[in-house]
Design a protein around this ligand. Structure first.
Ligand code: NAD
Length: 364
């Protein structure tokens, strides 16, 4: 029976990338029935809502989605649809595998780690108090009367709230991922030495969860030290679990370690739903040019195949991608030694090359 999957085409370069990925996923031999959905800037212009209910309903029905990048126009008044989707579907874990394939341009060829980022809490929960607002003054007084600190009058405030519940499930997700994918160590990152009641709680809960997984090694790192170590010996890290803000930053650091946004895949997952998407955005300046790299969303497709336990197909597809990268011929401009290399191929040519490699494997 065909897998029912919502495919959000995306905008900007999203449609070209999505089409390339559709073709490769179908060429694996796994049977998919796509429910194509539109979201983002173009839909906003037509309907006044960048994320119509039908998109979320489609994912709720199917449980699975793959998504091309979508634009969040600055100052348009609509919040990122990526954030909205994470909230609506309670996709609390962001998974970002950072693996350096042979042939990518990187100083860190031995990198093979997975960033697990908490998606809802921390400074990104959206609890803010504006400078000059009467509520900010009330908060300032409250802090003075309770905690005792007298903050300046001209403050703006963003609340950093980290819960035991949110931490427990993200750290469990990290350990479950490690178990499912044969990884041996989980590192929790924090700044518990300074932020005792938020990051301190994160660390305390992470340690307690770690006790329940005695088959997997656990360690913790202070976030600044982790960043230093990631750019000196990334090969020592395996699964790294972080609160939202650090996770956001370290995800991009991870993409840098493995050769850039063009090859950085991801997934947002919760108890009931999973949405697979590249780390990069819609690169709108290249729209319609058949130019950008589809590898990141292709690798997100590999993650989807593993998620539905189509392990052989996932392996075949990943190996085909790895071979195309290693050969370095059928790759887009961003993977060439120089950005204006005339031998760079287009988005659809990368898909053709990956499909050809998969067919060679089947024939062999
Ligand atoms: P971006 O990732 O779209 O592009 C930044 C630069 O990275 C591009 O100009 C390009 O040089 C390069 N790049 C990105 N993807 C590439 C690819 N596949 N192949 C080759 N090069 C690539 O980031 P941005 O310009 O900051 O954002 C553009 C829009 O995308 C914004 O509206 C932003 O909100 C949105 N965005 C969406 C997502 C998502 O849908 N998940 C993620 C990030 C940003």
């Amino acid at each position: 029976m065909a897998y029912q999957v919502t495919f959000i085409r995306g905008d900007g370069t999203g449609p070209e990338i999505s089409e390339a990925v559709r073709r490769v996923l179908e060429a694996t031999g796994v049977d998919f029935e796509w429910d194509w959905q539109e979201a983002g800037a173009d839909v906003y212009e037509e309907e006044g809502n960048p994320l119509p209910d039908r998109v979320v309903d489609s994912i709720r029905e199917r449980g699975l989605a793959i998504k091309g990048p979508v634009t969040t126009p600055v100052g348009s008044g609509f919040r990122s649809i990526n954030v909205a989707l994470r909230k609506e579907l309670d996709l609390y874990a962001c998974l970002r595998p950072c693996k350096a394939y042979e042939g990518v341009r990187t100083r860190f060829p031995d990198t093979d780690l997975v960033v697990v980022r908490e998606n809802h809490e921390d400074l990104y929960a959206g609890v803010e108090f504006e400078r000059g607002d009467p509520d900010t003054e009330k908060l300032r007084q409250f802090i003075k009367d309770t905690e005792g600190t007298e903050l300046r009058e001209d403050i703006g405030v963003t609340i950093k709230a980290i819960s035991e519940y949110g931490t427990r499930r993200i750290v469990e997700a990290a350990f479950e991922y490690a178990r499912a994918y044969g990884r041996s160590k989980v590192t929790a990152a924090h700044k518990a030495n300074i932020m005792k009641y938020s990051d301190g709680l994160f660390l305390e809960v992470a340690r307690a969860v770690a006790e329940e997984y005695d088959d997997i090694e656990f360690e913790d790192r202070i976030i600044d030290n982790l960043c230093n170590q990631l750019v000196s010996r990334p090969e020592e890290y395996d699964v790294v679990v972080l609160p939202n803000l650090y996770g956001d930053i370290v995800s991009d650091l991870g993409a840098g370690l493995i050769g850039g946004l063009g090859v950085a895949p991801g997934a947002n997952v919760g108890e009931d739903y999973a949405v697979f998407e590249a780390v990069h955005g819609s690169a709108p300046k290249y729209r319609g040019q058949n130019k950008v790299n589809p590898m990141a969303l292709l690798l997100s497709g590999v993650m989807l195949l593993r998620h539905i336990e189509e392990t052989d197909a996932a392996q075949r597809m990943e190996e085909a991608i790895a071979e195309v990268i290693k050969e370095g011929a059928s790759v887009t401009y961003d993977m060439k030694p120089s950005r204006d290399d005339p031998s760079a191929v287009g988005t659809s040519d990368v898909a053709d090359a990956v499909i050809a490699k998969m067919e060679e494997r089947v024939a062999a």
